[in-house]
Write a protein that binds this ligand. Sequence first.
Ligand SMILES: Cc1ncc(COP(=O)(O)O)c(C=O)c1O
Length: 376
Amino acid sequence: MPSRFALPDFPWDALEPAKARAAEHPDGIVDLSVGTPVDPTPELVRRALTDASDAHGYPQTHGTPALREAVAGWFERRRGVPGLDPAGVLPTVGSKELVAWLPLLLGLGPGDQVAIPSVAYPTYDVGARLARAEPVVVDLAGDLPQAGGIRLLWVNSPSNPTGAVHDVDTLARVVRWARERGVVVASDECYAELVWDEDALVDGLPRPGHVPSILDPRVSGGSTEGLLACYSLSKQSNLAGYRAALVAGDPRIVRRLLEIRKHAGMIVPWPVQEAMRVALGDDAHVAEQRARYAERRAALLPALQGAGLQVDHSEAGLYLWSTRDEDCWSTVDALAQDGILVAPGAFYGAAGARHVRIALTASDERIEAAVRRLSR
Ligand SMILES: Cc1ncc(COP(=O)(O)O)c(C=O)c1O
């Protein structure tokens, strides 16, 4: 008998018919349904990986001290978070595994609740279910629950799929609420550098603090107590195939995660640790990648609007959260007729059922093809 904690059906299978239809277009499919990077991994990062290819010994689960220092340096330089304790830094095998396992690693189980956004990256819900805890929707900008069994709260800013960004006041209020109740706040921030407001940029990247981290002292009061920030290099450095990510924050919590991950052999390979260390020290390739996506967005956004779609939020991150004020599957089908594949918003929660998520992760040539088709 399926339990209420059963994993959901893998939703992407439901998109296959639309994908087949889009693939029939004479000029080929433009697949904007998934957020997988299409541009090359930067040369300096590839070099760091190959330079570390003699990896005969076991790597450190905690990450090398040099990598953890690089993470702390990156938080200070890029996110406006000074003085992060490297003891509270841990590399992860991409962010997805951490998101999926965090409730379990924190010791959550039946009777506990995990708070997730109403429209969200599906793995927050999956992670709660893997621990046999209960996922509950909490709107961070609304009334925060006064009672209940919430032990972990997920923040995702900039959001996948909506591209909305939480401001300092909203996050600070969430942190106060969580600390009063002993709730751990985990903030998934992997789109923080992919900001589209040109006025917010300095040397091609957003001003540190423009997208506030949960560890930003204006949010945290200068203490990491009860807080974790998750960050992935998949998107900003085209490293999705390396599985390169990290969690940083409260050293007490990180120590617990580390202890279990050591027992379970959940280790980032040393060549990838080296690639991460080098990638985190170089801002130029991130600025270059941000600019590529900005150009694609500048071409696609007006074409979508011209074709009758309204684009909501989408101020940061890799997606245009779009609606024709109809059921998302009708929009998916209509765009598939033009050979353009997008993701139905219903994949991200019932509240997304009238939107589609349109990714910027396609080559310039494919984005131009989409723009031509939308403009006819
Ligand atoms: C919000 C969010 N968190 C985590 C991830 C996972 O990233 P990674 O490639 O590091 O597993 C993604 C990937 O799309 C994402 O959108």
